[in-house]
Design a protein around this ligand. Structure first.
Ligand code: CP
Ligand code: NVA
Length: 312
């Protein structure tokens, strides 16, 4: 049966293995070697929203693996408008070996995955951004050696990235504190699920209101935009509600001295994070952006050519 990655928990038991694979591929290819298990394979990349990292990292990553990727822009397919989700899933499955999809709706994401005959990878929707979290964890592992037992603090909007980070942290046993204003909490169901899973894996997933207290002894500080794609109508209200949650010098004084700063990007400099922090030596945001590619390559290999893993 085919496997998808719609939620980070679709890889719940495979996060470590995926990160190891990503590290091996990164070392080999950056060292001048080749690993091309996807020769003759094709991927379609369906975008309903803009992108820099996702588009480039998927397309270049797939070509590193020897395959060919096809970009489909927001105006092209219009899933559910020009054609039913079911028909799109069936048709695209006849051409390609894997579908990458960036969507407005998690409901449509799931409908596409349910009806596609090939693996579907969620490249962001309104609920989750699992590929981002795989790259974040790879970056944390590179800097801290492991994930279990660390403290990650997320400041700002309880959005798609925050939801996936909570689920992923719970799966790997990393403590996570979300500091957000009232009314901007992460999804309630996902929070419950993450807290329950965290208990099982020996870590705590908490939601608090005081940024200063949250950041105390943090190993990782993470933030994202206050206005996600699709939230533009609330821009003014959000810009008024979020400033106390800005990542700045005063706030990070409470973190461990060797904390690392992460941001999925694009960043809105001097809104959710100051230049001083994002440009500091503690900031790993560009390694994190690079790691989108290595982490996704590992996800793709696991979904499309798992037998090739032993050849690395
Ligand atoms: N982080 C991220 O997904 O960036 P893009 O929106 O540019 O793809
Ligand atoms: N939360 C942001 C992430 C962008 C990569 C958004 O959904 O727009």
């Amino acid at each position: 049966m085919k496997q998808d990655m719609i939620s980070i928990l679709d890889f719940e038991m495979e996060i470590d293995e995926t990160l190891d694979l990503a590290m091996k591929m990164k070392a080999k290819i950056k060292g001048g070697g080749q690993f091309q298990p996807l020769k003759g394979k094709h991927m379609s990349m369906i975008f309903e929203k803009p992108s820099l990292r996702t588009r480039v990292s998927f397309e270049i990553g797939f070509s590193h693996l020897g395959g060919t990727a096809l970009y489909l822009s927001p105006s092209e397919i219009q899933i559910g408008k020009r054609e039913s989700v079911y028909d799109v899933a069936k048709v695209v499955s006849r051409y390609v070996d894997v579908i990458m999809y960036r969507a407005f709706s998690n409901k449509i994401m799931r409908e596409l995955a349910l009806n596609a005959d090939v693996p579907v990878i969620n490249a962001l929707d309104d609920m989750e951004h699992p590929c981002q979290i795989m790259a974040d964890f790879l970056t944390i592992k590179e800097n801290k050696g492991s994930l279990k037992g660390l403290k990650l603090v997320y400041l700002g909007d309880g959005n798609n990235v925050c939801n996936s980070l909570m689920l992923g942290s719970a799966a790997v046993g990393m403590n996570m504190v979300v500091a957000c204003p009232f009314g901007y909490e992460p999804d309630a169901e996902i929070t419950k699920r993450a807290q329950k899973l965290g208990e099982k894996n020996g870590c705590k997933i908490e939601i608090v209101r005081e940024p200063d207290l949250a950041v105390k002894d943090a190993d990782v500080i993470y933030t994202d935009t206050w206005v996600s794609m699709g939230d533009e109508a609330e821009k003014e209200k959000r810009q008024a509600d979020f400033p106390p949650f800005q990542v700045n010098k005063k706030l990070i004084a409470h973190a461990k001295p060797d904390y690392i700063f992460l941001h999925c990007l694009p960043a809105h400099r001097n809104e959710e994070v100051t230049d001083e922090i994002i440009d500091s030596p503690n900031s790993k945001v560009f390694d994190e952006a690079e790691n989108r590619m290595w982490a996704q390559m590992a996800v793709i290999v696991k979904l499309v050519a798992p037998e090739s893993m032993s050849l690395l």
